[in-house]
Design a binder for this molecule. Structure first.
Ligand SMILES: [Fe+2]
Ligand SMILES: [Fe+2]
Length: 277
């Protein structure tokens, strides 16, 4: 019996949501808009890699989690695409940026081995444990005057990233198993992420107007600058720890807010506008 639950929450992204939906911390708003362009492509890539490797998974428990992991990622992707469709209705050229990101991942899938795809998935998914914890714990500094619908959608996504934080590394360890291969693959993974970042940054620069006197739509470098420095250093340390050989994401302590989110969702609370600040 797995702890992972596939939740089909009916998030809505109507046109009254502003492109910059987080005016009190626009850098974070931009970062989330970036993520919404990139995430559907890498979530699809992870799902394809995991589904392709399904026959090679020997542990029934890992196989069950792998299936639920794919289903959760598919839900994330679905809602990122809906959010992105709303952004693209405002600036239609963003659709081409989405396609460029997707084709980069499709090319990677063709070019690299199944083991590499699983290593890529493990390297990235391992980052989501510390990242999800960081965002939840610093939510009030990150989401400032935020549209509650987007903030709640992102927090849902991260709560589930926290929930399935062990899935990708368990799949990798079951199927590939080599720590050194994962470590060796990491620079290539990071390089690919930088390539994608460049595509999206340029796309936002080219296609979304920069209002004078305001933070530009492609500026996200300061996205965590409003959080305490100690929290930023802790995040950096915890991200570095994900590269250690025996790092176990399940040992990352679950924030109380996440526990409460699970309880409320199970009790039938409407999670679509759960968080507001
Ligand atoms: Fe996801
Ligand atoms: Fe994930």
């Amino acid at each position: 019996m797995s702890d992972l639950k596939v939740r089909k929450i009916d998030f809505q992204f109507p046109d009254d949501i502003a492109f910059q939906w987080n005016p009190g911390n626009p850098y974070w708003g931009n970062f989330v808009n970036y993520a919404t362009v990139i995430a559907p492509a890498f979530e699809r890539y992870f799902i394809k890699a995991t589904r392709a490797a399904m026959g090679r998974i020997s542990s029934p428990a890992v196989a069950l989690d792998a299936d639920l992991f794919c289903q959760q990622e598919a839900q994330h992707s679905k809602h990122h695409l809906a959010h992105l469709a709303m952004l693209s209705r405002k600036y239609p050229e963003l659709e081409q940026v989405r396609r460029d990101v997707l084709s980069s991942y499709e090319h990677l899938f063709e070019k690299e081995s199944e083991d590499f795809h699983l290593a890529y998935s493990a390297v990235i998914e391992l980052c989501f444990g510390p990242l999800a914890k960081f965002v939840v714990e610093n939510r009030d500094s990150l989401f400032v005057d935020a549209d509650s619908r987007i903030a709640s959608f992102i927090l849902w996504h991260l709560v589930e990233e926290f929930e399935h934080r062990n899935a990708a590394i368990d799949i990798y360890n079951d199927v590939v198993g080599s720590y050194w291969y994962r470590l060796k693959s990491a620079p290539k993974v990071i390089y690919h992420i930088f390539t994608i970042d460049k595509i999206v940054r340029q796309g936002f620069k080219d296609h979304v107007p920069h209002e004078p006197g305001k933070v530009g739509p492609s500026e996200s470098i300061l996205c965590i600058s409003k959080t305490p420095l100690i929290q930023q250093l802790k995040l950096l340390y915890e991200l570095c720890c994900t590269f250690l050989p025996y790092h176990n994401p399940n040992n990352i302590q679950q924030p109380e807010w996440v526990t409460q989110w699970f309880k409320d969702e199970a009790a039938g609370v409407d999670m679509r506008a759960y968080y507001s600040n």
